[in-house]
Design a protein around this ligand. Sequence first.
Ligand code: 5RP
Length: 236
Amino acid sequence: MSVSADPVKLMKQEVGKAAAALVKSNSIVGLGTGSTTAYTIQFLGDRLKSGELKDIVGIPTSFQSEVLAKQYGVPLTTLDAIDHIDIAIDGADEVDPLKNLIKGGGAAHTREKVVDYLAKEFIVVVDSGKLVDRLGSSFAVPVEVIPMAITPVINAIKKLGGQPELRMGVKKAGPVITDQGNMVVDVTFEKIDDPVTLETTLNNIPGVLENGIFVNCVSQVLIGEVIDGKPSVRQM
Ligand code: 5RP
């Protein structure tokens, strides 16, 4: 694996690699989405190729992780074919001191939640810039909405005190469309005091498929840092 000179990339590379090193042979692995877990998938492929790791199968959380797994030679399966997931490794957009998360920067939070919540061990991989005192400090809450319900859902979110913004595509005219064919509304709240309740409240709006607040599900957070120019990884 080539090593990057960009400090953020370097942190992501190191932490992604550290998480991949936790995967044991003969295990079923949830493959997260994003630029950090891309390094995890790449390193899992390297470990399989060298023979150090054997007989793993991955469950992708998005088209992105499916494509990467195929590219790096990580065999895949589906949730229909297995009865458990040993370990899931995924990124996050924010992590609070209680290890609650905001996810969905890549609009993959619905599949990510299914896979990450099923895993016996859920490892989160972030660079140190993702740590916050309170969720919602720097990142809006992504909410996946079925297209026919977009207007009533936006109105309901405004009534809750949120500021919703339909996520628009980059290098694609119009809104982002998820792997499930839905849209994403990014919701800014003045402050999120109770993420547990907010997760449920948002999901109870008819037309909402899933939101990006992940609570009480994380086993371990690995944090990539650059200290004195050198990359290091610590546990939260
Ligand atoms: C995708 C996600 C990602 O895991 C999250 O956005 C972090 O991504 P990155 O590792 O690129 O910073 O939730 O929906």
